[in-house]
Design a protein around this ligand. Structure first.
Ligand SMILES: [Zn+2]
Length: 279
């Protein structure tokens, strides 16, 4: 173990960095999320950006611009890595793909439900998340992985039932580690799903993460815009026990930007509070 190569926050999250190639692709393929490529970007990508960016875009990156210091062409640019517009979407608006819902950030309004819901694989989800969910399921079938959904959108009232039943089984403190109180569940946004397998092995169990389906999801969900939300390593941030079955749709651009930044949670990436205690 070299002392000069301490594990970074990225490397301990192998699943997130496993798709480095697709991350680069997703970052290059800007699609309105506010991405800006740096001057160090490959020439062909730069040409692409030149074609896409408005004429008001910074021209410092142009290779034709006269440079007083030819040996350090990047010296005049402030950031050597791609920047990402973290304010492109709201983190508090329940309709936003980037909304952060946790124990310190309840959904508002409390009785929120997505205006457009649709059914995918037997579960109801927000229409915004459906195309990427369909694509993920199709890809899994191509790879011979038999995923199913066991939960999607849950109304506030339904979540209240779910949580009450958990409290009766586990007590309040125990229930709060496993299930969200009404108004604090990502499922109410319609942007979160719980996966299982056709065989039903390890459904909603920590060992789901070691099944073929759980391992496949950890590796591939990100390239379809789905984020593994509650990991072992991030319990202090998310406030929940690991849930290898629970994924949250945020869009492929955000997953790519988070991966590039070495941030495994929405809370870290957006600088938003989280943790195990209700506000
Ligand atoms: Zn869930």
């Amino acid at each position: 173990m070299s002392r000069h190569r301490a594990p970074s926050p990225v490397t301990r999250r192998g699943a997130l960095v496993a798709g480095a190639a697709w991350v680069a692709g997703a970052l290059a393929a800007t699609s309105g999320a506010g991405l800006r490529l740096p001057s160090s970007t490959a020439p062909q990508a730069e040409a692409l950006m030149a074609a896409r960016l408005p004429s008001s875009a910074p021209s410092a990156a142009s290779p034709a611009a006269p440079s007083p210091a030819p040996s350090t062409p990047a010296a005049s640019t402030p950031a050597p890595t791609p920047t990402f517009d973290r304010s492109a979407h709201s983190t508090t608006d329940a309709t936003s793909p980037w909304v952060v819902v946790n124990k310190t950030h309840p959904i508002t309004p409390a009785d929120y439900a997505p205006a457009q819901l649709t059914k995918v694989a037997g579960e109801v989800v927000s229409a915004a998340a459906a195309p990427d969910l369909e694509a993920l399921l199709a890809r899994s079938r191509d790879d011979g992985v038999s995923l199913t959904l066991v939960s999607g959108f849950r109304s506030r009232d339904y979540q209240e039932d779910v949580h009450r039943r958990s409290v009766s089984r586990n007590g309040q403190a125990g229930a709060d580690r496993y299930s969200a109180r009404a108004g604090y569940s990502e499922h109410q946004t319609g942007l979160a799903v719980d996966f299982s397998s056709v065989a039903g092995n390890a459904t909603l169990s920590p060992s789901f993460g070691q099944t073929d389906e759980g391992l496949w999801l950890a590796e591939h969900a990100g390239r379809h815009g789905w984020l593994l939300r509650y990991t072992e390593a991030d319990q202090a941030v998310t406030g929940y026990n690991p849930e290898p079955w629970h994924f949250r749709w945020v869009g492929v651009e955000l997953v790519a930007a988070m991966t590039a930044a070495g941030a495994a949670t929405l809370e870290e990436f957006f600088g938003v509070t989280g943790g195990p205690d209700y506000a």
